[in-house]
Design a protein around this ligand. Structure first.
Ligand SMILES: [Zn+2]
Ligand SMILES: [Zn+2]
Length: 135
């Protein structure tokens, strides 16, 4: 495999954006007062951070409304929802990744310290299931 010439630049951009993130956190406290007055972001911007989650969730069948893979969730069997049912992403994570936290295998639900099934999945499992969907 040849290394892509853009790798170095991309890494530098990643480091720069991390530094920017830290600066943003430091100034966050000062911005609190401003934020109260800020207008909410338009939906197309507000939804952007959830894009990977949405695509990942919609690659699986929804256990709640039974939407087929690739189809949007529907409410009451007909109205298309703006976001997939929350449990759909969990169902995808169960099928797509083992859990690094409770060591549940692919297809097995997450378990708590008492050995009983938990609602949803551990955050680490969700994260590893989403890796392939992040830009
Ligand atoms: Zn659904
Ligand atoms: Zn787990």
């Amino acid at each position: 495999m040849n290394a892509e010439p853009g790798d170095g630049a991309r890494m530098a951009a990643g480091i720069a954006s991390l530094a920017a993130h830290e600066r943003a956190q430091q100034s966050a406290a000062r911005l609190d007062a401003d934020r109260a007055a800020a207008r909410p972001a338009p939906p197309e911007i507000a939804n952007r951070p959830g894009r990977a989650e949405r695509q990942a969730a919609e690659s699986a069948r929804c256990p709640f409304c039974k939407a087929a893979p690739g189809q949007h969730c529907t409410a009451a069997g007909q109205r298309v929802m703006s976001k997939p049912h929350p449990g759909r992403l969990d169902a995808y994570a169960v099928k797509a990744a083992i859990c690094p936290e409770c060591v549940a295998g692919v297809g097995d639900g997450c378990r708590g310290p008492n050995g009983l099934r938990i609602d949803g999945v551990h955050p680490g499992r969700l994260q590893s299931a989403l890796l392939g969907w992040l830009p």
